[in-house]
Ligand binder design. Structure first.
Ligand code: CU
Length: 208
């Protein structure tokens, strides 16, 4: 009787151990991926605005921007919706590191998953190995005849210990991809600040 119980215990422990390890890893990944979002009508730049225009001719006051970054397994799905912009026009759009500021330079460089070690504050990354739509988040959008448009992208990473602070709309109609210019898109014309959505059952994280 005692021998049979011991054998059963050993079998149970061996059978359960690999399952327990694998489960722990999956749970941690699911809990740490952050959902980011932002929405607002553009205002003139001021100290407290979270959606502002730097160029009222190309990004009129009152235009609306809405964006969401939703994690799914090891990827993040991003969707941008715009309205009130100029009709039938392309706009280059990216995720940037910092929240919006009245000074567009303070919005920071492009958010990169793997940060280009050669980039500096004066010379942002233009190396296509880092400045590309799989390592950054590009949401270039084209408007219809009413000035509305939607763009989507999926990137092969999630936000855990850090994430972007804003999306920035640029003057160029499309983001450059060639070496030495990769990621460039001309002057910054509008900005929308991102904040972390509050997942169910998890402590809320502050806005970035
Ligand atoms: Cu940009």
């Amino acid at each position: 009787m005692r021998r049979r119980l011991t054998l059963a215990t050993v079998v149970a422990v061996v059978a359960l151990t690999p399952t327990a390890c694998a489960y722990k890893g999956l749970t941690m990944a699911a809990q740490s991926a952050v959902t980011l979002q932002g929405e607002g009508a553009l205002t003139e730049p001021n100290a407290t605005s979270t959606s502002e225009t730097y160029n009222m001719a190309l990004a009129p006051v009152g235009s609306r921007l809405k964006v969401a970054f939703n994690p799914s397994d090891e990827t993040t799905n991003a969707e941008l919706t715009v309205s009130g912009l100029l009709p039938n026009r392309g706009y280059a759009v990216h995720a940037h590191t910092n929240a919006c500021s009245a000074n567009p330079e303070v919005d920071g460089p492009h958010y990169q998953n793997r940060i280009d070690p050669a980039a500096t504050a004066q010379a942002p990354s233009t190396n296509p190995a880092y400045a590309n739509p799989s390592n950054e988040i590009w949401l270039d959008v084209r408007t219809d005849s009413t000035g509305s448009g939607t763009s989507r992208t999926t990137v092969p990473f999630v936000f855990t210990d850090r994430g972007p602070g804003s999306i920035v709309v640029h003057e160029a109609m499309q983001t450059a991809t060639e070496s030495g210019k990769a990621g460039e898109a001309g002057a910054r014309i509008a900005c929308l600040t991102l904040s972390a959505a509050q997942p169910k059952g998890v402590d809320p994280r502050g806005s970035r």
